[in-house]
Structure formats: C-alpha cells, structure tokens
Design a protein around this ligand. Structure first.
Ligand SMILES: Nc1ncnc2c1ncn2[C@@H]1O[C@H](COP(=O)(O)OP(=O)(O)OP(=O)(O)O)[C@@H](O)[C@H]1O
Ligand SMILES: [Mg+2]
Length: 270
C-alpha cells in the first residue's frame, strides 16, 4: 500500500502560469524519498499540494492520494476542507524550513505541544503534562520542563525546530514531509537535527518525503530522489546512481555543488 501517490500533479497560479508540471511519484508505508531542486523549482508547492494547502487562487490538477488502513483512501485534490482537516497531522504532516511557521509566538511551548496531545490522545491534567515533557525529551531537548514554560523567542533556533518536529510527531502521522527542515540552522545543529529526524522516522516506521536544494543533505536521510527543475521532474532514481552518473546537466550541477561542499567541509575539519 502506498501512503502517498502523486500522479500527474500540475499546479497553476491564479494568472495561469504552470508552476508544477505533470509530476508523479509514490511512497510506500515507511519508505523515504528526496525531492531536490534549486530555489523556485516547485518543491514547496508540491508539499503544499499534498497537504491540500496551496495558496488561494492556485489550482491543482492530476491526482494526489493519501491512504492508511485507519483513514482509508482520500483523493486530496478537490476534497472538502473538513475531510482534509481530519487527515492533516494524523495521516500526513509537514515540518517547514522556518520553525516559527509552526509555532504561535504568544503561547508557551508546553501549551502548544499539549494541544495535539490532548486532541489526539485524549490526555488531561498530570498525564498531559507528562506527555509534553516526554515529547520534548524524545526530540532531545535537554531541559524539557524549562522549555515547556518558555515562549518560542526564548529558545534557540535548533530547539525551536526540535519543538516543531515534536509537534509534527504528536499525532503519529504515517507520512512526514520535511521541507528544508535544517536549512535555517547552522551546520553543526543541522547535522544533529537531521540525525534526530532520521532516528525518529525509523523508530516510528513513518514514510518520509524529504525536500532540499542540497543533494549532500538529502543523501544522508534517503537513498532515492526525484530531481525537480522548473516544476518538472528531470531525473529520478537511486542517489548512488544519480551521483555516479547524472544524466541531466542540471543534475550534474547539483552533484558538483554537493561535492564542492563536501570538500570544503573536509578541508575545514583538518
Ligand atoms: N503564493 C504564490 N503566488 C505566486 N507564485 C508563487 C507563490 N508561491 C510560489 N510561487 C512560485 O512558484 C514557483 C515554485 O515555488 P516553490 O515555493 O514551490 O519553490 P521551492 O522549490 O520550494 O523554492 P525554495 O527552495 O526557494 O523554497 C516559484 O516560481 C515561485 O515564485
Ligand atoms: Mg520551498
């Protein structure tokens, strides 16, 4: 069973420009796929289309289906908002590049995290407070009780992204979409958050759609990729094959820049 099937997805802007063009890929339960491409190639619009969250005025055509044994099968395109609301969080969820997107600046972290835990698991009182602390510990926040009392601006960017991951996982979704989840973080924190995400996705058997402009980052968490350019897939397959023998010139550029980055990092470690 595929948790996600994207078939001929096309996204058009209000003024009729084609921003994503005839894109197809699928993800089996527990499988992982990287979606890679330069800025503006349509990665985020693809993730928003999967969640039924495209900006007003944009239209999607083709087919996007989400399926789990519990929720059954849903065609996302054209689905009523009520149906989609039942799927968001529980079947599929997104971690965005900027963790503040997911967090309310005026609410303490603990209360924000309590909300999905209460709604989905029906927890209350002391059990709910304990679940909040446990969820923060699970994303390796060293001082979960302090962080639970803090407002988003009172913790670091890396901690905020860990909290955003904890919120995404609170409803135990079958599919996690990570849209450049580490791009806003500095390099050491980036590696830690990537390792954390990798471990949590494995432990829970979630499917992962990992979006990035950086092939070196993608290749750490997944071994299959789709390469997007101007909204269309130009190449797809195993990372090793693509790195070994990129067929499209655009993919070759991505491979070259990933190599340059790796060399630079090796150099800085000496
Ligand atoms: N709300 C919007 N209205 C109009 N055009 C948009 C909107 N959002 C995105 N676009 C356009 O759609 C195209 C794809 O955007 P998208 O955000 O999916 O790119 P991306 O691959 O995620 O880029 P990045 O790596 O910078 O996040 C771009 O040309 C962008 O300008
Ligand atoms: Mg984007």
């Amino acid at each position: 069973m595929n948790v996600l099937t994207v078939d001929g997805l096309t996204v058009r802007s209000a003024d009729g420009r084609t921003l994503v063009s005839d894109l197809s890929f699928s993800l089996a339960r527990g499988a992982r796929l990287g979606l890679i491409g330069e800025s503006g190639s349509g990665k985020s619009l693809t993730s928003l289309a999967v969640m039924g969250l495209l900006p007003a005025g944009m239209t999607a055509s083709g087919s996007v289906t989400l399926e789990t044994p519990e929720s059954g099968r849903t065609e996302v395109i054209g689905a009523p908002e009520r149906r989609l609301n039942g799927l968001r969080g529980r079947v599929a969820t997104v971690v965005f590049q900027e963790p503040l997107t997911a967090l309310d600046p005026l609410m303490r972290i603990g209360r924000q995290l309590a909300e999905p835990l209460r709604r989905v698991r029906g927890l209350r009182g002391a059990a709910l407070r304990e679940a909040v602390t446990a969820a923060l510990s699970e994303v390796r926040i060293a001082d979960p009780r302090r962080v639970a009392r803090a407002y988003p601006h009172e913790i670091s960017g890396g901690q905020r992204q860990r909290v955003a991951i904890a919120m995404a996982l609170a409803c135990e979704p079958a599919l996690l979409i990570a849209d450049e989840p580490t791009t806003a973080l500095d390099v050491t924190v980036q590696a830690e958050v990537l390792a954390l995400l990798d471990g949590l996705v494995s432990a829970r058997g979630m499917a992962l759609l990992f979006i990035s402009h950086d092939l070196a980052v993608v290749s750490r968490v997944t071994d299959h990729v789709v390469v997007l350019k101007d909204g269309a897939a130009v190449e797809s397959g195993a990372v090793l094959d693509i790195v070994g023998a990129p067929r499209h010139p655009y993919t070759r550029d991505l491979v070259d820049s990933a190599r340059r980055l790796d060399e630079a990092l090796d150099w800085s470690r000496r």
